[in-house]
Design a protein around this ligand. Structure first.
Ligand code: ADP
Ligand code: MG
Length: 631
């Protein structure tokens, strides 16, 4: 027969495949196996009502055969096959997908069969690795067989041929190796095994291949002989399609560790089957350990995406929101249109629907963990809490409803992590705000002078140790009816009217002293005040306005933000023994008061964990005082 040209679109696609720079060439095998599986599905479907097929479920199989000398791989199936017309239209055009047409014809019985390919492009992927493709096929119900052959762009030839039974053989002659590409690898047993395992493990028909094995030679001690044996390469039933009742915790853990290369068991397994608007199986895992690159740009979120047991995407990012990016797992759906293109997937409505469901599911599982397995949740939170808090901040609190119940902070009272709800419930009737203090470690925060009075009054304080914490609370602004308030902020809402008046009187009386000290500090602080929050400590720094001292520290470590400064207030404890000294010096020795003011300010800086401007001068000043005192 003469050579037939491919239809224009096919030519275009073929050209793409042949010259593909696509690194994932190995998927050709997945596509051909999926086609074989589709073809078997079709014949199996017919066999349910047609005695003449003469095959039972167990008889169906896909076979792979390798000839290293000829450099060919043959993929055979005993499925429905193709007649000459079908060969022409299925392999010569892309627009007409045979599978799609079949599906449309059998619309009413579709629950009984699953069709994998729906787009009509998979077959051409064979040309990514082959310089020549031969197809020998015989349609069910026909006596004739046909041979389709093509070396790519210049078209194909169809001739009559022979085949004993219905089915199809696809024979790939691999491209020659080049400096950059090694096609011989696809002739290796272990490569084929690996590819089948990776993409087609859950194809429901056995994928058989004759493999080489070794056994002790009979009668010859210590000797081995090789022999050949046909092996089924795929496990056929995906764990996620099984019922939960059939599976043990062990099964899940083993699967997780094997598949996602973790050595620790997951903290939680979420296995769900959903039917309705979107029909899918999902098997998700919440890891115990932070992946080494999790908090870096290299980390890619995503779930594996299967269409009817066939892996179509290794990491589908659209299935997970950023705040749950730590979740590992997979989704298998029959509703998804199978296509290699990411762009198309992104716009898939089914995918969006599934992603929405998963998000709700993950949240409810985390809440369940929080409520019923507190220790496990805290372990989870220590790994991934940062991501939750960071997401609230990054998305300007858009997802607060969803994430608020899940976040926790260390509490001064409970001495462990508490949720905002728990904090809120434990608030005292007279407590106006939700208090927090920031610092590097819980220990350091606990010793901050600013926390003393609040603790004394029995108020709980949240200790914030992650950089993002205070920014997150700033975005949230309040929880329920209560605002968040830093222990260093100007107004803690503590004093009643009588206190206020007494404080005002005391301040007024000492105003000249305070003004003097502020002048000495020469712009380093916005004001010097008598403190309402100190009990036993002499001094502390607080801040007015939006930016706290802690935030200033974090921002100043980033070059683009290092001009942002907190408005500092130096607070002095009027009940501390140093205060009468300051008053005396104001009257008697203002030079010495200048020195003391500097020292007090630097001490307050050190307590806050801030760097002082001139450590040498500070140290000299201290020594000067010591020398004066002890001489
Ligand atoms: P898709 O599988 O998405 O329809 P392909 O390019 O993979 O697209 O295959 C095109 C068509 O060729 C299939 O729809 C099917 O009708 C036919 N076909 C391919 N491989 C086989 C096979 N092994 N047996 C029978 N028909 C096949
Ligand atoms: Mg296909």
């Amino acid at each position: 027969m003469e050579k037939i040209q491919f239809k224009t679109e096919s030519r275009r696609l073929l050209d793409l495949m042949i010259n593909s720079v696509y690194t994932n060439r190995e998927i050709f095998l997945r596509e051909l196996i999926s086609n074989a599986s589709d073809a078997i599905d079709k014949l199996y479907f017919i066999s349910l009502t047609d005695q003449h097929v003469g095959l039972t479920r167990e008889d169906f199989a896909i076979r792979i055969e390798v000839d290293k000398t000829a450099r060919t791989i043959t993929i055979s199936d005993n499925g429905i096959g193709m007649n000459a017309e079908e060969l022409e239209s299925n392999l010569g055009t892309i627009a007409n997908s045979g599978s799609l047409a079949f599906m449309q014809e059998n619309e009413e019985n579709l629950e009984d069969i699953d069709i994998i390919g729906q787009f009509g492009v998979g077959f051409y992927s064979a040309f990514m690795v082959s310089k020549r493709v031969d197809v020998i096929t015989r349609a069910y119900g026909s006596e004739e067989a046909w041979h389709w052959e093509s070396e790519g762009l210049d078209g194909y030839v169809i001739n009559s041929s022979g085949r004993a039974v219905p089915g199809t053989d696809i024979i790939l002659t691999l491209k020659d190796n080049s400096d950059t590409d090694n096609y011989d690898q696809f002739l290796e047993e272990y490569t084929i095994r690996r590819i089948v395992k990776k993409y087609s493990d859950y194809i429901r028909y056995p994928i058989k291949m004759e493999v080489e094995k070794r056994r002790p030679a009979e009668g010859q001690e210590g000797e081995f002989e090789t022999y050949r044996e046909t092996e089924t390469l795929n496990s056929m039933i995906p764990i996620w399609r099984k019922n939960k009742s059939e599976l043990s915790e062990e099964d899940y853990n083993y699967f997780y560790k094997e598949k996602f290369y973790d050595f620790e068991n997951p903290l939680r397994v979420i296995h769900s089957k959903t039917e309705g608007k979107a029909t899918y199986n999902a098997l998700l895992f919440i890891p115990a350990r932070i992946p080494y690159n999790y908090y870096s740009k290299e980390y890619e979120k995503g779930l594996q995406l299967y269409s009817n047991g066939v892996l179509i995407m290794e990491k589908c990012p659209d299935l997970l929101p950023d705040y749950f990016s730590f979740v590992r797992g997979l989704v298998d759906s029959q509703d998804l249109s199978l296509n290699i293109s990411r762009e198309m997937l992104q716009h898939d409505r089914q995918l969006k629907l599934i992603a929405g469901n998963l998000e709700k599911k993950i949240k409810s599982e985390l809440l369940d963990m929080l409520n019923n397995q507190r220790e496990t949740y805290e372990k989870f939170y220590k790994s991934f809490g940062l991501q939750l808090k960071w997401s609230i901040y990054k998305e300007f609190g858009l997802n607060r409803e969803l994430l608020l119940p899940l976040i926790m902070f260390y509490s001064s009272k409970a001495q462990q992590l508490v949720t905002l709800e728990e904090y809120h419930q434990g608030m005292l009737p007279e407590q106006k705000y939700i208090y927090y203090a920031s610092g590097e470690t819980v220990d350091r925060i606990d010793r901050l002078p600013q926390t003393e009075l609040l603790k004394d009054k029995g108020f709980e304080i949240l200790y914030l140790t992650d950089d993002v914490d205070e920014f997150t609370l700033k975005i949230l602004h309040q929880y329920e009816d209560k605002e968040f308030r830093s222990v260093s902020s100007g107004d803690l809402g503590l004093e009643d009217e009588a206190d206020k008046q007494a404080a005002q009187a005391q301040s007024q009386e000492n105003q000249p002293l305070l003004d003097f000290m502020q002048e000495v500090l020469d712009g380093k602080v916005k004001s010097v005040k008598l403190s309402q929050r100190l009990k036993s400590h002499p001094v502390c720094l607080s801040s007015e306005g939006m930016v706290s001292l802690e935030m200033e520290k974090i921002l100043s470590s980033r070059p683009q933000d290092n001009t942002v400064k907190a408005e500092r207030v130096l607070e002095i404890n009027a009940n501390h023994p140093i205060f009468p000294t300051l008053r005396r010096l104001f009257a008697e020795d203002q030079e010495r008061l200048k020195l003391y003011t500097d020292i007090i300010y630097n001490q307050a800086m050190l307590i806050e964990g801030l760097n002082i401007e001139d450590p040498v001068a500070f140290s000299n000043a201290m020594c000067e005082i010591m020398a004066g005192q002890f001489s």
